[in-house]
Design a protein around this ligand. Structure first.
Ligand code: GCV
Length: 700
């Protein structure tokens, strides 16, 4: 029976490995035997022996990790045991490791080059060997030729860091993949193998830091027993080149230290932080530093004492400076002033502080001016603080993009902001070129496959790859991920990468097309709630953002409105400020326009809005059809799982479209254009839907 099945599979051109059920735990590091025997033989000949240069110390922790990865990888992919080269040194083919002099290649960089009959992996530091090892293994998994190989890679950015919004009680704010992978209760004694697997996955895509606690911070993390727990994690991460960082609650000196103030200029407060830094570094000598959310959404901060964000940040920076630590101070601040435009507030607060921060402070700025909306123009802060290094904060977890159930690839969103031209200091000054690093809000949890939706892994992967090299093309990144995760078959990987690349625009269309933003329901941010207008703070209400009325729709951020557009450099400002030159994807972000406004394609604004919602729904049908076409070509377990999620996504895309169009029609009073299916219910029906237990509700 078994033999007949195998024969049948061979007839169909399918390998048994390709169809083995998988649960997704191995991520993109599967190392299954390469099925093409010729390719395997070629690789075996090229890599079968290991030549370790005399100046390479393989006893060092990180080098040992690299070698273990290499051995495991080659055992799995090629079925070989990587043997140290026999015979005279310097002779024979194989893989050669060579340490370069300091500075011969940049920090963390590596070179993979064919030298005669050898493939040489060379680096100036241990991290370079680690990243070079993963590069090589990636090439083998993708079936790429090593002949004539000559690549040199150095990361474009020093800070490539994940931010976990994980709480000490194990919950994850805006986490949709189970609980936190960090079990603070059983640390430091229990070292879950997941900690190692997590660090390894991060290293494989070049992520070199992890903030393991939520920015809505808990001072308890600084208590001695919790520092021991953090130190245990740091010990596990270290060999993988992942530094640990913690979030600092500004009021910790009061809550934990019993002081009567957290005023950044108070000498006792300074002493408290200095002593705390000393206590941390005595346990974690390579501790990375703090991330701070201050005076934002109820978090304490320096403003309570009449001090600026710079004074607050400098307090912590001074405490960390003796040990080389940094402070990542978040610019995500806004207040409830009904007259203020929330989109303008971070710029107003931080640009005047340029030049006032210590050298070891970086200001962490979300990609857009509001808050990880499905699509936002880039934040005007990028490039606007020449004296202050900035970090770009991206959200990998999909708080506003269908959370854990919709297939939405975020690499195109990441790339759009990275490549946006700020024109600050001249044309060609992309966001990527203005930042010193990238921080990504993690989507990882205790779900067996790490991210809940199987395709969520793709954006953990994409974030790491783009943090390493912001110029990478999203299609190429997803092509890699698909090959590593689902096998190197070209048709399969091309279909998957196309689905991922196109899915973002599809989601934007069924949620917030044409620059609309913040239309989601209260609390969970999952479904639509454009009608919400009764929340206590004006800027928490969707109606504040879309401003739909009988005349039209959109937020006027030009001279006739909030004039937030003036925060951009002149070339950008001019383009965004004129509705004729403003890219349609940001149109209603910057303009309040009449329903009958004529778009460039001849449609009215109302018609275009409706057609985009409809296109979003049709896009989910296309996603489902594409995935269905892969049945039998990826393992049944993962195929079924993704199909089930796509069913939810199709239904919810309809929900978004119907709820939003039913509501906006109460203002536009216009008929639905041809090609758009009218919502089956009136707006009251959509308003009555209640999802009290939608995941990701912020713990109160
Ligand atoms: C960590 C949004 C989210 C909050 C998050 C906040 C932030 O408002 O809804 O859950 O809090 O951003 O980035 O600080």
């Amino acid at each position: 029976m078994m033999t007949r099945l195998l024969a049948l599979l061979c007839c169909l051109g399918l390998s048994t490995a390709a169809l083995r059920a998988e649960d997704g735990y191995r991520l993109w590091l599967r190392y299954d035997l390469i099925q093409d025997a010729d390719l395997r033989t070629a690789y075996q000949q090229q890599l079968g022996q290991l030549h370790v240069g005399t100046n390479v110390d393989t006893t060092r922790e990180m080098m040992a990790v690299s070698l273990r990865e290499l051995r495991n990888g080659l055992r799995g992919l090629l079925g070989i045991h990587l043997a140290p080269a026999a015979g005279a040194p310097g002779k024979g083919s194989g893989l050669a490791l060579r340490r370069l002099a300091a500075g011969e290649i940049g920090p963390e960089g590596y070179r993979l080059r064919q030298q005669g009959n050898r493939l040489e992996l060379a680096a100036s530091d241990d991290r370079g060997f680690l990243y070079g090892t993963f590069h090589l293994l990636r090439m083998l998994q993708m079936g790429e030729s090593l002949r004539g190989l000559d690549v040199e890679e150095v990361p474009a950015k020093d800070i490539r860091i994940l931010n976990h919004w994980d709480n000490l009680d194990g919950t994850v704010e805006r986490g949709y993949a189970g609980f936190s992978i960090f079990n603070w209760h059983t640390l430091p004694d229990v070292l879950d193998p997941r900690y190692t697997d997590y660090a390894r996955a991060c290293a494989s895509v070049g992520i070199n830091g992890s903030v393991v606690t939520n920015v809505n911070a808990n001072a308890l993390i600084f208590r001695d027993d919790y520092l021991e727990k953090a130190a245990a994690l740091a010990d596990v991460f270290r060999p993988y080149g992942v530094k640990i960082y913690l979030t600092a609650r500004f009021s910790a000196p009061m809550e934990l230290g019993g002081l009567s103030t957290a005023d950044p200029l108070d000498p006792e407060v300074k002493e408290w932080w200095a002593a705390k830094a000393k206590a941390i570094y005595s346990r974690i000598p390579d501790f990375g530093g703090f991330v701070v959310k201050a005076n934002s959404e109820g978090q304490p901060g320096p403003r309570e004492y009449g001090r600026s964000h710079a004074q607050g940040a400098n307090l912590l920076a001074d405490a960390l400076a003796p040990y080389g630590g940094i402070v990542m101070w978040r610019a995500f601040v806004y207040n409830s002033d009904p007259e203020a435009d929330r989109a303008a507030q971070a710029y107003e607060e931080f640009v005047p502080l340029d030049g006032q921060f210590r050298d070891n402070v970086v200001v962490q700025v979300k990609n857009g001016p509001i808050d990880f909306q499905p699509r936002e123009p880039f934040s005007p802060l990028f490039g606007a603080t020449p004296e202050t290094p900035l970090l770009l904060e991206l959200q990998i977890t999909k708080e506003y993009l269908g959370q854990g159930t919709h297939l939405v690839g975020l690499a195109p969103l990441f790339a759009e902001v990275l490549q946006a031209d700020t024109h600050q200091g001249g044309a060609g000054t992309t966001v990527a070129s203005t930042v010193t690093g990238l921080a990504g809000v993690s989507n990882v949890g205790t779900a067996r496959n790490w991210t809940g939706h199987p395709f969520g892994q793709a954006d953990w992967y994409a974030f790491g790859r783009l943090a390493w090299e912001p110029a990478l093309d999203p299609t190429a990144i997803y092509d890699e991920w698909a090959a590593l995760t689902y096998g190197a078959d070209e048709a399969v990987r091309k279909t998957i990468s196309r689905m991922l690349v196109d899915s973002w625009e599809i989601c934007v269309n069924y949620m917030t097309p044409l620059g609309l933003h913040h239309l989601m329901a209260t609390g969970h941010h999952y479904g639509p709630g454009p009608w919400v207008d009764e929340l206590s703070r004006p800027e928490w209400n969707p109606a504040y953002y879309h401003r739909a009325d009988s005349a039209g729709i959109g937020f006027d951020r030009t001279l006739t409105g909030s004039n937030a557009v003036a925060q951009y450099a002149p070339a950008v400002r001019e383009k965004f400020a004129d509705p004729r030159t403003c890219p349609p994807e940001y149109l209603l972000w910057f303009h309040h326009l009449p329903w009958d406004w004529r778009m460039d394609n001849g449609k009215t604004l109302w018609e275009e809005l409706c057609l985009r919602y409809q296109a979003g729904v049709e896009g989910t049908e296309w996603l489902a059809a594409e995935w269905a076409s892969l049945e039998g070509q990826v393992d049944a377990e993962r195929h079924r799982e993704v199909s089930q999620y796509l069913t939810i996504q199709q239904r919810e895309a309809e929900w978004w479209k119907n709820a939003c169009l039913a509501y906006f029609q109460t203002h536009s009073r216009r008929p639905f254009p041809e090609g758009v299916e009218a919502p089956p219910h009136d707006v009251e029906h959509y308003q009555s839907l209640d999802y009290p237990y939608a995941p990701g509700i912020r713990p109160r």
